[in-house]
Design a protein around this ligand. Structure first.
Ligand code: PAF
Length: 270
């Protein structure tokens, strides 16, 4: 607990929006918010607006009791866990529609996803009114689009991106990893292997983007949804020669019942 005796600086509220089924990735955000802010609010809401009808809204893991204990241990002051009906009452009408980037990369197979995310994050910002909000870099495109929304709408909120937290195997932590068997978790580490291989190739001088993407593909045994090298600054797809800091973004499918979609990414600097 922080004891504040001075009123010369305004108290800062830090916010960590989540969909629950919390893991170390989420908790690293809560701990960072605790370090940087006076009040820490975590929200838990499986947001129906960001799931297409064929996706896993119903099956998405819900572990509220465990989540509350984890939030408390990580230093949250308030956990806001509304019903979807409280956020989207019957007369709810307004949605955030992001730009064309919402339809690329993950948005190609999940066209409604980012608009659902931007809408709920906008609503939650209005309720919590944080000065700082914390998001993981695991969904790099989401983080980018939220920063863009905050800029476009002149929201007085600092968006803080935090590094991906991985299992010791290299698998990026995700609530959806609970769908995987131990064997599948092992197989899914190929996404991280692809990132390491590309980072290593760049370190040893490879700059040809097609060669780097081919290398990444050759490491991945999952059914690949997409792999791209994108500009860190603009999220534009890069082609030709690597001349600027890039993010290798990827998504793949593993398993059959359920067919699980996993994402991962890593920084690639020339
Ligand atoms: O990253 C997530 O968990 C969700 O997309 C978010 C940002 C909490 C919005 O529902």
């Amino acid at each position: 607990m922080k004891v504040v005796t001075s009123v010369t600086t305004p108290l800062i509220t830090g916010f960590v929006p989540t969909m629950g089924a919390l893991h170390e990735g989420h908790l690293s955000l809560v701990r960072e918010a605790r370090k940087q802010c006076d009040h820490v609010v975590v929200s838990i809401l499986v947001n129906p607006l960001q799931f297409a009808p064929n996706e896993d809204f119903k099956a998405y893991p819900r572990t509220l009791e465990a989540d509350l204990a984890l939030c408390e241990a990580a230093g949250a002051d308030v956990v806001f866990c509304p019903d979807a009906a409280a956020i989207y009452p019957e007369n709810f009408q307004t949605r955030v529609i992001g730009g064309e980037l919402t339809q690329r990369y993950c948005g190609q197979t999940r066209p409604i996803f980012f608009n659902g995310v931007l809408t709920v994050v906008n609503i939650l910002f209005g309720i919590v009114r944080p000065q700082k909000a914390f998001f993981g870099e695991k969904d790099f495109q989401q983080l980018f689009l939220i920063k863009q929304m905050v800029k476009d709408f002149w929201m007085p909120i600092e968006i803080i991106g935090m590094p991906i937290i991985r299992e010791s195997s290299g698998l990026a932590m995700s609530s959806r990893n609970s769908y995987l068997s131990e064997l599948q978790k092992q197989e899914a580490t190929c996404l991280f292997q692809a990132i390491l291989a590309v980072q290593e190739a760049v370190k040893t001088g490879e700059r040809d983007i097609q060669a780097l993407l081919d290398l990444a593909r050759s490491k991945i045994s999952l059914e690949i949804d997409y792999i791209e090298l994108v500009s860190v600054k603009s999220l534009e797809r890069l082609t030709g020669t690597l001349l600027e800091p890039a993010r290798l973004l990827m998504a793949g499918y593993i398993g059959d019942k359920p067919r699980v979609r996993l994402i991962d990414n890593g920084l690639v600097t020339a």
